[in-house]
Structures are given as C-alpha cells and as structure tokens.
Write a protein that binds this ligand. Sequence first.
Ligand SMILES: Cc1cc2nc3c(=O)[nH]c(=O)nc-3n(C[C@H](O)[C@H](O)[C@H](O)COP(=O)(O)OP(=O)(O)OC[C@H]3O[C@@H](n4cnc5c(N)ncnc54)[C@H](O)[C@@H]3O)c2cc1C
Ligand code: FES
Length: 388
Amino acid sequence: MSDMKELIIRQMDNGPEILKDIEVSKKYGKNYSLEKGRKERIINRLHPKELQLVVSEIIEVNKYAKTFRLVPKKGLLPVFQSGQYINIFIEIDGVLTSRPYSISSSSKQGAYYEITVARINSGFVSDYFLDQAKVGDEFTANGPSGNFHYNPVFHKDSSVFIAGGSGITPFMSMIREVLEAGLKRKIYLIYGCRNEEIIFFKDELINMANKHKNFDYSIVLSEPPKDYSGITGFIDANCIKSLVKNIHDHTYYICGPHIMNDFVEEALLSLDVEPRMIRKEMFGARQDIQNEPGWPSDLSGKEEFSIIINNDEKISAMSGEPILTSLERAGIRINVCCRSGECSFCRIKLISGKVFMPRGVLLRHADEKFGYIHSCKAYPISDLEIRI
Ligand SMILES: Cc1cc2nc3c(=O)[nH]c(=O)nc-3n(C[C@H](O)[C@H](O)[C@H](O)COP(=O)(O)OP(=O)(O)OC[C@H]3O[C@@H](n4cnc5c(N)ncnc54)[C@H](O)[C@@H]3O)c2cc1C
Ligand code: FES
C-alpha cells in the first residue's frame, strides 16, 4: 500500500480499524488489492442489477398460456426464493416497457428460470410473448425480487396456497421446490378457475397430489359444465373451511385477480385468521382502474392530461393509465421492477397536480412527507408537474 493511501485511510473515522484489518489480512496471506471488488462480485452474483436471458424452450401449457424457459446468456443464474419474480424488459413498436413474471420453475433448479405467461383481454406484453417470442430471443431482466415466499422465521410450516387462474405460477415454484426436495412441509392448494380448460399444469398437479401425502390439491370451478361433480362456486369462507383442517394452523398465500385477492382475504378474516398470516401477491396494475374504490366518479379513465417533466418536457397522459406507462410511451425510461407499487424503484416527485393511488401501494412515510409517488401505481387525475 502506498504512503498516500495509508495516510488517506488513517484520516477516515474508522481508519485505524481498516489498517488493522489490512495488516491481519496480509499476515494470513490475503492481498487487499487483489481482493478489491470481490464483495461487489459476490453481491452481484446473488442480487444482480440486470440479467441477460435467452429463451431456450417454449412449452404449451394450455390454449391460453405458454411457459418460457430462460437460460443465462453467459455465466450462472442467481439463486432465488420460490415465489419471487423477474421483471423482463421488452421493446414493442418502439416502446421500451417491462413486465414482472413469477418464476414458475423450482428454486432447486439452477440451470434455468421458467416463466408462464397467460393471455389476457387487451394484452400488450403478454400478447407479444404468446404470439411473437421464439426460441433464441434475448431479454434483459432485473434479478429475482419480491417477498411473496415462504419465510421459515415468520411463517407456519403448513401453507395454504389460494390461486386464481394464472396466479398459480408462484405456487408452482413453491410446490415443486417442496415436493421435489422431499420436504415434509404440508401444502394445501386451492385453485380457482372459470372452467377446466383454463387450469394450468393440471396433470402435473394431479400427479403430485397422488404421489405426495403432504400435498392436498383442490380445484374450484366458478363456471362448471352441467355434469361436473367437483367443487364449484367461489373460494369463500365455507369453501376454505371445508377444505382446510385446523384453519388457524397455517400461513395463507393468495395470488389471483385483484377482485379474487380481496374477496379471499375478507373470507379469511371472517374466519379469524390473523392478518399477519395472510400474504397477497398483486399481479400488476389493474386495467379497470375506474372500478377501484375511491376513483373520482366524474372521470372515465379516458381523459387526457398533460405532464410537465423536470420543468422542461411536456407529454400527454391518460387518466386510466399509470404515469409510468405514459412516460414509457413517450420514450422516457426510469427505474422499474415490481410495477405493483411495492418496491419503490419507480419513485418520482409530484410537484403539482393530483394523482389517484389505488389500494396496495406501499409508500414510505418519508416519501409521503416529501411528495414522492410510485409512478407504476399513480394515475393522473389533473394536469401534473413531476420531477424524475
Ligand atoms: C409480481 C408479479 C408477478 C406476475 N407474474 C405473472 C405470471 O407468472 N404470469 C402472467 O401471465 N402474468 C404475471 N404477472 C402479470 C404480468 O406482469 C403482466 O401484467 C401481464 O402479462 C399482462 O401484461 P400486458 O402487457 O399484456 O397487459 P397489461 O399489463 O394490462 O398492460 C396493458 C396495458 O399496456 C399499456 N399499453 C398498451 N399498448 C401500449 C403501447 N403501445 N405502448 C405503451 N403501453 C401500452 C396500456 O396501459 C394497457 O392498458 C405478474 C405481475 C406481477 C406484478
Ligand atoms: S416499480 Fe415497484 S413500486 Fe413501481
């Protein structure tokens, strides 16, 4: 180490300790200058800012969904917790946008991630995946994120997964992880679908339920055919009570359409399940934001407002679309990850004007105090001025 370096370190608050560390490390054969950047490399391996992924296989799930197997362009994939998602960036018709997708493959599988994309009404990115993506396509993605996973410290060992439609994807990863590893954790899966055609991973789920005593699988159809003899209706309190033994001995995880998530949460609360034992995953911003409680009754979602950005640029925005979408349409890129109002990557400062924020946005107290909002879940309801 040069004299100058030593002088600079010595003047730092914790300089003497750092110098002692360097001395000890040298004594045991470690060279600080060679170790430089090692910590960052380790952190980046576990929590990379960006991943380069290649589609290696596309698997039909049913008429409405496909699984995309993604391998790293180079190097290894970071580990993840079953239940987490990756946010995939994509350019469509000149618009650079992104969408999060839960990893549906097991976290024990290190060679690839699988995501399962479902068709929706008036889809944008989902249509692109289902109609245009092909083997060999490359995508950039944020590293695995999200808190919708089993936590051995806070969660009970017995889990009840309540899924609706494509909301099965994070559960597939969790179920595969537990059963493939031969863990003894009990899992109930209550899977609500409109009809049998829509059920994802049907054969695999039936096979797993037949093979593993600790996996209990029930399908609930809301629009069953006439001769159907299985469970029908909505997943309400009676349905849950009839399928799950000892209702208070489990952690509940819900993932499905917004309406279902709210409905099931109410049902669980009515059964006196503790709120902290109920975990929910939001699958993005809802398309029919006008139906969200608190939405201004005089707005239809189609109004156009202007947004002045950094006192410089002016773009137009529709009331029914999150500000983030309007920014992306205008070619303005900001940080983004969950698109659900939770991670705060997409924070912007609201200088003037009014926005509507639906339930489920996790704004920090400091953000609220200093006028920051999450652009992925803030809708313009007047002309705005923002800083990004
Ligand atoms: C944590 C998480 C996990 C998820 N996991 C899954 C999963 O496993 N499987 C799955 O299928 N889905 C999953 N989703 C949902 C997924 O992220 C997408 O929302 C879904 O695929 C629908 O995307 P979409 O673009 O087709 O539709 P939307 O996200 O509803 O987007 C449509 C919107 O795109 C905008 N748009 C339309 N055209 C344009 C344009 N030309 N330029 C710019 N914007 C435009 C409009 O605002 C339109 O309303 C998950 C979401 C989250 C938050
Ligand atoms: S992208 Fe996560 S809060 Fe907006």
